[in-house]
Ligand binder design. Structure first.
Ligand SMILES: Cc1ncc(C[n+]2csc(CCOP(=O)(O)OP(=O)(O)O)c2C)c(N)n1
Ligand SMILES: [Mg+2]
Length: 972
């Protein structure tokens, strides 16, 4: 017998019910009718007396008790009075002689408690490991016995109790049968975490689907055959490469082959439930297998990739390993539904593709009429070690329910082979499950034994239906093993000798399953063998084809949505005017200065809007905010979708943007850029969560599937972008070189030395420049409102799709010199270089100060103050692609030129200096004289900037002085 003090049936509940019971014995009319029903053992509505319908004990059909409860055997009782009749008034009730109804109630309460324990904690006892080893991290868990027969006496096990809807067809069942069904449902090959779901509707949705089936599939022979085929093709493919390309890295799925029938199920059922597209993200493990056996990439192409290029020169410095390549295809389900599949290209960096996949799915969904998210399903396949270890997973999961990021639920599958390279789960995570992080989303998590393919398929059916029904994420943890080393050249027994001893003797799933099917008379051994022979033939044919005619194809590019867009070198790309006629511009700006009738903005906001109206009338030059907002407004008006996200981006960290206005009286919001009028394209602006990697990855993904949109991600301060360094390094700068994937993502990174300290000064321009090559990205440092206007418009209007990195300003947002007159917007284009010749003309210029960004204004002021006519100042507004032709023309402009000086605010080891040095060295003047090159800027430093405002000012003064002073060869 269990110790009653271990249970929730203790303490005050017992006292309370005992008291009620005693009163009922005294006078049945003195207690609430519901209690009368209970104590007399009747239930007119035919409802269960105890036990709840959603599986939580204690929430019992409106009974007044806050917890369904039982009495311990110390109550008072009459002389064995029959349960249905109240004892005679004044009868003495004695201890240990409870009426049968009360005893039954007590048993039922314990049953309910046990039922609850199974539902809540049964997964801890589930048989998940194909290798049958003890679970990791379970030592501290007590009272597991609650979910077992041991909680009851042999006599109790024979009693008939309420089934609490565990059975679809029986209300009352023998306790023994109830417990065995619960054990099979919750402690078999599927363990499920779902009782934590806060919505009882969702618990109740899942409960019968699991309990009425004992959490098992009830497959037809045809379905079983299909499962076996998927398993057999999976391991035959791996075995084929294993023998033909010995020792080659393939990161085989062996040990986790059940993934294949699971994915097949997701598509088959998903198709029925309205899924039209699936965007897939996955790492190395099993990727080649999924490519050929799910996406239908022809195996000869994969084998050709193993063979490598016929001419290695063709891929110098580019391309990627075969297990990182993406692919897309259309598949047709057996029910005749066509589903478009895209497997995202991804880098080695585990899990970073997760936000990219979400962004891609969101973009596809946004294109749909009505934005029905059910039609596009993101599927992310994780590794157990990576899921638990990589923070990007948490950042991405946190996006799931945000209005700017929701993708209607992601299906997650973890290939949990219980190892990360050579690291055991005990060293890889603090949680029992590798999926623990996903619990934050309040979603069901299924853990399933990979050796039971039918259980795997069943879990996937539940997961797919759940996603389609509730538009929620859902996780399946596929517990399996890894047959070989981390890759096939690696010997796993160095570090996991016992595990691999067990694996050596463990047959493949296909074999186990074929044996089961044969044993049950569902499919003969000969039929199973025939499937294998067919699979072998299929791969051998492809192998021969790859040998005879190599199929090494470049990833296809610029198809579908991407038709008409271009990557590659900038040369030859048209550069249209980006000016907009005044007749269009002025009314737009006026519009951006207005609020709807009855809308009360903050008083200060009213002033800002008045200034904007004055700009529209041509009375004031346009500030940065006007320039930026006008870029969006004009693009939206011309049909370009604009999406802008980042931390506090709606207002703008420095308060300049005010894209979302707030009514002081009602709290209502108004977005002027969404109210431009009929026919405008969609403008989305969202404050993002406090994440860089997750959010930037998402926007990169969005840009992949929305080439015709202007997609911008803004950093709070430029430094914080390094929180997303992997997204920058692995995706943004290299996607085209590795995968021929283009993106027009724009990063707005506030940058500039203003004394704000080491962390709020630098967007690490040097890093972007170090990664600039082959016209892969555009790195710009615009210094006026007209420049940002033309730059953003150029980004959307040109067919050239390249990421744009903008060193965007902080103080310049309000600095007068950064404003531009309306006429600067009505014609022209982005200037890659801005030249300021001195008042005295070009002929006197002997020195050219080259710089980028806001330091130009400091130099201009100092030159003006000194009245120096010998210095010309040139701002590079674009650093990459480097404006070579313009610079050449600039140097040629000054016949008396004697030297060049590079001026920057950043320390010498940072900023653009290292990038421009080789590009400025060896220049000659118009007359052929070699031009010495000087550096004027902060000294090399480990940290980007000083923490003291006064020191900053001193440094700034010294560097400007050094730049303008003559005759100090190194400028210091
Ligand atoms: C961010 C990152 N760090 C380290 C690695 C090196 N690495 C590649 S695979 C791997 C183990 C991954 O384990 P798991 O996620 O369980 O996947 P499995 O290989 O077991 O399928 C490691 C550490 C990597 N690829 N990415
Ligand atoms: Mg693993």
């Amino acid at each position: 017998m269990p110790n009653p003090t271990d249970t929730f049936l203790s303490g005050s509940n017992i006292d309370f019910i005992e008291g009620l019971y005693a009163r009922w014995l005294e006078d049945p009319a003195s207690v609430d009718p519901s209690w009368r029903e209970l104590f007399s053992g009747t239930s007119p509505g035919g409802r269960p007396l105890l036990g709840s319908t959603d599986g939580r004990p204690g929430q019992t059909n409106g009974h007044p008790a806050n917890n369904g409860s039982a009495v311990s055997a110390k109550g008072a009782n009459g002389h064995g009075a029959p349960a249905a009749t109240a004892p005679a008034r004044g009868q003495v009730v004695t201890v240990g002689d409870m009426p049968a109804a009360l005893a039954a109630m007590q048993l039922q309460a314990r049953v309910d408690q046990t039922l609850y324990a199974f539902r809540l904690r049964g997964h801890l006892l589930a048989q998940l490991d194909p290798l049958g080893r003890p679970r990791p991290r379970m030592n501290h868990i007590a009272d597991l016995a609650m979910a077992s027969d041991a909680a009851f006496s042999p006599e109790e096990l024979e009693q008939v109790v309420d089934s609490s809807e565990v059975f679809s067809d029986r209300k009352r069942v023998k306790l023994r049968d109830l417990l065995s069904r619960l054990r099979r449902t919750y402690c078999g090959h599927i363990g499920v975490e779902y009782m934590g779901l806060l919505d009882s509707g969702r618990r109740r949705w899942l409960m019968p689907r699991m309990e009425h089936t004992e959490n098992r599939l009830d497959p037809s022979k045809a379905e079983q055959r299909r499962i076996l085929e998927k398993l057999t093709y999976a391991d035959t493919f791996e075995a084929f490469i294993h023998t033909k390309y010995q020792g080659a890295k393939r990161f085989s799925v062996d040990g986790g082959e059940s993934l294949l029938p699971m994915l097949d199920t997701m598509l088959e059922l998903g198709g029925e439930l309205g899924v039209e597209e699936v965007v897939i993200g996955m790492a190395h493990r099993g990727r080649l297998n999924v490519l050929t056996n799910v996406l239908g990439k022809s195996p000869d192409q994969i084998f050709s990739e193993f063979n490598g290029p016929v001419d290695p020169r063709k891929f110098m410095g580019r391309g990627d390993v075969k297990y990182h390549l993406g692919f897309s295809s259309d598949v047709t389900t057996s029910g005749g539904k066509r589903i478009h599949l895209s497997l995202a290209f991804n880098p080695s960096h585990l899990e970073f593709v997760h936000p990219v996949v979400e962004g891609r799915a969101r973009a596809k969904q946004q294109r749909l009429e009505g934005q029905d998210r059910r039609k596009v399903l993101p599927l992310v396949i994780h590794g157990d070690a990576a899921m638990a270890g990589q923070g990007v997973v948490a950042e991405t999961l946190n996006l799931a329910r945000l209005r700017g990021y929701d993708t209607g639920g992601t299906v997650h599958v973890v290939i949990n082979n219980q190892l990360g390279y050579t690291t055991d789960p005990e060293d890889g995570r603090s949680s029992i499950y590798c999926t623990a992080v996903a619990q934050m989303l309040d979603i069901p998590i299924f853990h399933v034994n990979g050796d039971d393919p039918e259980a795997c398929v069943h879990a996937m059916r539940l997961a797919t239906e759940y996603r389609q029904t509730f538009q929620s994420d859902v996780v399946i943890d596929l517990v399996c093993f890894r047959r070989y080393g981390h890759n096939e050249g690696d010997e796993p027994s160095y570090t996991q000798p016992l595990m691999y001893e067990a694996i050596r003797h463990h047959p493949p799933v296909s074999e186990l399953y074929a044996r089961t099917l044969a044993g049950e008379g569902r499919l003969s051994a000969e039929d199973a063998e025939a499937i294998r022979e067919e699979a072998k033939r299929h791969f051998l044919q492809a192998y021969n084809l790859a040998k005879e005619t190599p199929q090494l194809r470049e990833p296809s590019a610029h198809e579908g949505l991407w038709k008409g867009f271009r990557g590659g070198p900038e040369e030859g790309i048209p550069e249209p005017e980006t000016g907009v006629p005044r007749a269009t511009l002025a009314p737009l700006l006026e519009h951006l200065a207005r609020v709807p009738p009855g809308f009360t903005p903050l008083r200060q906001m009213g002033k800002i809007l008045e200034r904007r109206a004055a700009m529209a009338r041509g009375e004031l030059p346009l500030d940065w905010s006007a320039g930026e907002n006008l870029a969006y407004a004009t693009l939206l008006g011309a049909g370009t979708h604009v999406r802008l996200t980042g931390q506090d981006t709606e207002r703008g960290t420095f308060g300049h943007r005010n894209a979302v206005l707030h009514d002081m009286k009602t709290g209502a919001t108004f977005v002027p850029l969404q109210a431009l009028g009929a026919g405008q394209a969609r403008f989305e602006v969202y404050n993002s969560p406090l994440s860089e990697t997750g959010c930037m990855g998402f926007e990169f993904g969005y840009s992949l599937d929305y080439p015709d949109a202007l997609v911008l991600w803004e950093a709070q301060f430029g430094d914080f972008a390094n929180g997303a360094q992997v997204i920058i390094d692995q995706f943004i700068v290299a996607a085209e070189d590795k995968w021929r994937r283009l993106s027009g993502l724009t990063l707005l990174l506030p940058h500039g030395y203003e004394g704000a300290g080491p962390e709020h000064s630098s967007a690490r321009l040097e890093r972007f420049l170090a990664m600039s090559a082959e016209d892969n990205i555009q790195v710009c440092y615009p210094t006026s409102s007209a420049q940002i206007f033309h730059l953003l418009r150029r980004q959307a209007i040109r067919p050239w799709r390249k990421p744009l990195v903008v060193m965007s300003p902080k103080s310049l947002l309000r600095r007068e010199e950064a404003s531009s007159s309306l006429s600067a917007f009505t014609s022209g284009r982005f200037q890659r270089l801005i030249s300021d010749a001195p008042a005295g003309g070009e002929s006197k210029v002997t020195r050219l100060l080259l710089c980028s960004g806001k330091v130009a204004f400091d130099l201009l002021a100092a030159r003006g103050k000194a009245g120096d006519d010998t210095v010309a100042i040139v701002r590079l507004e674009q650093l990459h692609p480097f404006p070579e032709a313009q610079l050449r023309a600039e140097i040629a402009r000054y016949p008396a030129l004697q030297e060049l000086t590079w001026v920057q605010e950043e320390p010498e080891n940072m900023g653009a200096w290292s990038f421009v040095l080789p590009r400025l060295t060896g220049r000659v003047s118009a007359t052929g004289r070699p031009l010495p090159l000087r550096y004027a800027g902060r000294e090399a430093s480990a940290s980007p900037a000083t923490g003291f405002q006064k020191t900053h000012e001193l440094e700034q003064m010294l560097l400007v002085d050094a730049a303008l002073s003559r005759g100090q060869p190194d400028g210091r």
